[in-house]
Ligand binder design. Structure first.
Ligand code: IMP
Length: 497
C-alpha cells in the first residue's frame, strides 16, 4: 500500500514569523548575512561561503557572465547555465574570472579611415559616445586615437569627414600601462581631469577603458564575493550526461563551484556524476547536487559526496512539473524536512552540509521565512530575471516594460538533460513555460532593498546572523482568513504605484 505523509504540503506564504525580543544591538547595520556554501566539519570554516544568501538559477534566462559579475559584486553567486555548448559556458566562466572591476572592454571602435557617418551609425547601436580609434577597428587593436562627442558637431560637421581628421591622436592622449590598478587609474583620471583613460599594452594595443563616471559604482561594493586572487567567484551548472567533458573545461576556465542541475536529483545518475568528480578531483572540486524534497533524498546525495544539497521540486514560478507529472512538494514542507535531516546529520557526524531552497519565492519576506526554516541560501530565477543584468530582452508590452523569462523545461530552452531519465535524448513534453516578468531595474537597487527587509525582519526577531535566526525563529501557520488580514483590508485603497 502506498505510504502517506502525515503533513500537508505547505508553502512559505502559509507561515508567519513571530517577533521576539530585540536588544539595542539589533539594528540592521549589525546583521551579518554570511552563510556557508559548501560542507564543513565541526569547528572548521567552510572552504566557500557567500556574503549574502542569494544565488541565481542555472537558467538561460537568468545566469550568464553579466549576471554573475553583478551578483558577485553584491556578495552572492551565479550558476552559469549549462544548457549551452561546453565551450560557450566555459567562456562565460572565464569572462567572470578575468573581469576587472572598473576596466571595461571598449564596445565602440572605428578605424582612422572610417567616416563620421560610420561612427554615428555605430553609436546608434551601442549607445556609447566614447569611441576608440584602433588600427583594425577592434577593441584590442593598436590604439591610434580617441573620439568623443566633443570632437564634432553632428548637424554641422560633414558626414564624410574622416575619423583621422577629428580624433585626438594617440600622442596627445593620457594612457595607462596594462597592469595598472584601479586605484592608480582613478588617481590619473582625477589628476589629469580626464573622463576616460585608455589602458594599453607595450605594443600600444588597447586592453581596456576606465571611465570616471564608473568610479563610485566600484567603490560602493565592499561586500563583493572574491576568491583568494581577488577575482569574482562564479558557479556553473552541469548535467549527468556530458560531465566527463564539461567539468574539466569549466575547471580550466576557473569555475569556483559546480552544481548538478536536475529537476529530480534522488537518482543513480547524480551518484555517478558525484563519484566521477570525487574520483578525479578528490575534495578539491566543490559540487552541489539536487533537487530533492525529503530527508531520504538529502541523505542519499550527502552519502554520494555532495557539498551542498538543493531543495525544491515543482515550486518554480515557470514550473508546470506538478501539473504534468503530479510530483513535487510544497517548498516550505520540503525545506523544513530537509533542514531537520541536515541538523540530525550534523549532530551525528559533525559534518554540516548546507541546503539551498530553490524556486517558488514570490515575495521578499518569504526569503526570511525560508532562511528561518533552515535554508542556508536561496536560489532564485524569476527574482533575478527582472533585472537589467539578466540575459533576456527588455520589451514594452501594453505600456509596461517586461523581461522575458522561460523555464529550462520549456520548448524554448529544451534542456532535456535536466529532465533526463537516461533513456531519451530529447524533451518529450514540456515541464516549464515561456513568460514575461515585470522589468524591475538594476540588480543592485533591488538586492539592496531585499537585504534590508531581511535584516529588518531579523532585527524584529532579535537575530543578528542566519544561524541565530534558524535557532531562535518562531513560526506560525496562518489560516486562510489570516492571510486576508495580512494585506490591506476593509479600506478603499487609493491607486498604489
Ligand atoms: P523561480 O525562482 O520561482 O522562478 O524558480 C526558479 C527555479 O525553477 C530554478 O532554479 C529551477 O530549479 C526551476 N526551474 C527552472 N526551469 C524550470 C522548468 O522549466 N520547469 C520546472 N522548474 C524549472
Amino acid at each position: 500500500m502506498a505510504h502517506y505523509l502525515d503533513d500537508q504540503s505547505r508553502t512559505f506564504s502559509e507561515f508567519l514569523l513571530v517577533p521576539g525580543y530585540s536588544s539595542a544591538e539589533a539594528e540592521t547595520a549589525n546583521v551579518s548575512l554570511k552563510t556557508p556554501l559548501v560542507k564543513y566539519k565541526k569547528g572548521q570554516k567552510p572552504a566557500l561561503s557567500l556574503n549574502i544568501p542569494l544565488v541565481s538559477a542555472v537558467m538561460q534566462a537568468v545566469s550568464d557572465n553579466h549576471m554573475a559579475v553583478a551578483l558577485a559584486r553584491e556578495g552572492g553567486l551565479s550558476f552559469i547555465y549549462g544548457s549551452q555548448p561546453i565551450e560557450r559556458q566555459a567562456a562565460m566562466v572565464a569572462k567572470v574570472k578575468s573581469y576587472k572591476a572598473g576596466f571595461v572592454s571598449s564596445d565602440t571602435n572605428v578605424k582612422p579611415g572610417d567616416t563620421l557617418a560610420d561612427l554615428l551609425e555605430l553609436q546608434k547601436k551601442t549607445g556609447h559616445s566614447t569611441t576608440a580609434v584602433t588600427e583594425d577597428g577592434t577593441a584590442s587593436g593598436k590604439l591610434l586615437g580617441l573620439i568623443t562627442s566633443r570632437d564634432y558637431q553632428p548637424d554641422k560637421t560633414p558626414g564624410q569627414t574622416k575619423i583621422s581628421a577629428l580624433m585626438t591622436p594617440f600622442t596627445d592622449l593620457v594612457c595607462a600601462p596594462d597592469g595598472v590598478s584601479l586605484q592608480e587609474a582613478n588617481d590619473l583620471l582625477w589628476e589629469r581631469k580626464l573622463n576616460v583613460l585608455p589602458v594599453v599594452d607595450k605594443k600600444q594595443r588597447l586592453t581596456a577603458l576606465v571611465f570616471r563616471k564608473d568610479y563610485n559604482q566600484y567603490i560602493g561594493h565592499p561586500n563583493g564575493l572574491l576568491d583568494e586572487r581577488k577575482r569574482y567567484m562564479v558557479g556553473a551548472g552541469i548535467n549527468t550526461r556530458d560531465y566527463a567533458e564539461r567539468v574539466p573545461a569549466l575547471i580550466a576556465a576557473g569555475v569556483d563551484v559546480l552544481c548538478i542541475d536536475s529537476s529530480e536529483g534522488h537518482s543513480e545518475w547524480q551518484k555517478r556524476t558525484l563519484e566521477f568528480i570525487r574520483k578525479k578531483y578528490g575534495d578539491k572540486v566543490k559540487i552541489g547536487a539536487g533537487n530533492v524534497v525529503d530527508a531520504e533524498g538529502f541523505r542519499f546525495l550527502v552519502e554520494a559526496g555532495a557539498d551542498f544539497v538543493k531543495v525544491g521540486i515543482g515550486g518554480g514560478s515557470i514550473c508546470i512539473t506538478r501539473e504534468q507529472k503530479g510530483i513535487g512538494r510544497g517548498q516550505a514542507s520540503a525545506v523544513i524536512e530537509v533542514a531537520k535531516a541536515r541538523d540530525e546529520h550534523y549532530k551525528k557526524t559533525g559534518l554540516y552540509v548546507p541546503i539551498c531552497s530553490d524556486g517558488g519565492i514570490a515575495h521578499d519576506y518569504q526569503m526570511t521565512i525560508a532562511l528561518a526554516m533552515g535554508a542556508d541560501f536561496l536560489m532564485h530565477g524569476r527574482y533575478f530575471a527582472r533585472f537589467d543584468e539578466s540575459p533576456t530582452s527588455k520589451l514594452l508590452i501594453n505600456g509596461n516594460y517586461v523581461k522575458e523569462y522561460w523555464g529550462e523545461g520549456s520548448n524554448r530552452a529544451r534542456n532535456w538533460q535536466r529532465y533526463d531519465h537516461g533513456d531519451n535524448s530529447q524533451l518529450i513534453f514540456e515541464e516549464g513555460i515561456d513568460s514575461y516578468v515585470p522589468y524591475a531595474g538594476s540588480l543592485h537597487d533591488n538586492v539592496t532593498v531585499t537585504l534590508n527587509k531581511i535584516k529588518a525582519t531579523m532585527c524584529n526577531l532579535g537575530a543578528l546572523s542566519i544561524p541565530e535566526l534558524q535557532r531562535d525563529a518562531k513560526l506560525t501557520l496562518v489560516s486562510s482568513i489570516g492571510i486576508i488580514e495580512g494585506g490591506a483590508h476593509d479600506v478603499v485603497q487609493k491607486d498604489r504605484k
